[in-house]
Design a protein around this ligand. Sequence first.
Ligand code: ADP
Ligand code: MG
Length: 238
Amino acid sequence: MAGVNIRNLCVRFGETEVIKDLNLDVVESEFLVLLGPSGCGKSTLLHSIAGLIDVADGRIEIDGKDMTWADPTDRNIGMVFQSYALYPTMTVERNMSFGLRIKGTPKTEIEKRVRRAAEMLQLGPLLNRKPSQLSGGQRQRVAIGRALVREAGVFLFDEPLSNLDAKLRAELRRELKLLHKNLHSTMIYVTHDQVEAMTLATRIVVMRSGKIQQIGAPAEVYERPDNLFVAGFIGSPG
Ligand code: ADP
Ligand code: MG
């Protein structure tokens, strides 16, 4: 478990400032949902926390430690992307354990973690299948499992369910909620889906052009938007 504290974060792509002096305290074991229009900087914020891009200015602390310039693998973070490329020639089990094998984690430890993640995600009977033998929802579960075996304190999700149909989304939403309840990890979750935001979030962050417009519990943001932008964005689907 770990909190994330972001201070005066600035991220630039060339001349364009995409994250603008952003401050955010993600409380340990909360489920924080990031909402905002396309291009407002949600993915960029996740990538900064994960260490996948260099920041121009500011500070990122994870679990109280300055991680602004730390290597991604040292950050105690698991990440699930929207497009979850699984290795097509590897079984589910190999896909899930790949990162740990690369790191040289002992075999018995890998087996224990894969078993635990597979159980949580109902992947047990599928461990020997190849990705081509799985449904979309099952593949997405493997992608989540691949992040879970890291047993990180912080999980970053970038629109993980947006490629799935409504029924699978609802099913995985329930699983993510259960997962959070069991793991007590800190979740930072980007979505366009207001139902996901309402059902998963302990707090919602509404962003606009690299800045935070409002942070609050779902009911608070929906019922008492701070400004017209938040009201308009929350009121309209997607
Ligand atoms: P969101 O995830 O909220 O849709 P992004 O964080 O992906 O937004 O993008 C924020 C802005 O930064 C957009 O204007 C996008 O075009 C720009 N951007 C994102 N990644 C890059 C990059 N690697 N190089 C240049 N511009 C980028
Ligand atoms: Mg994005």
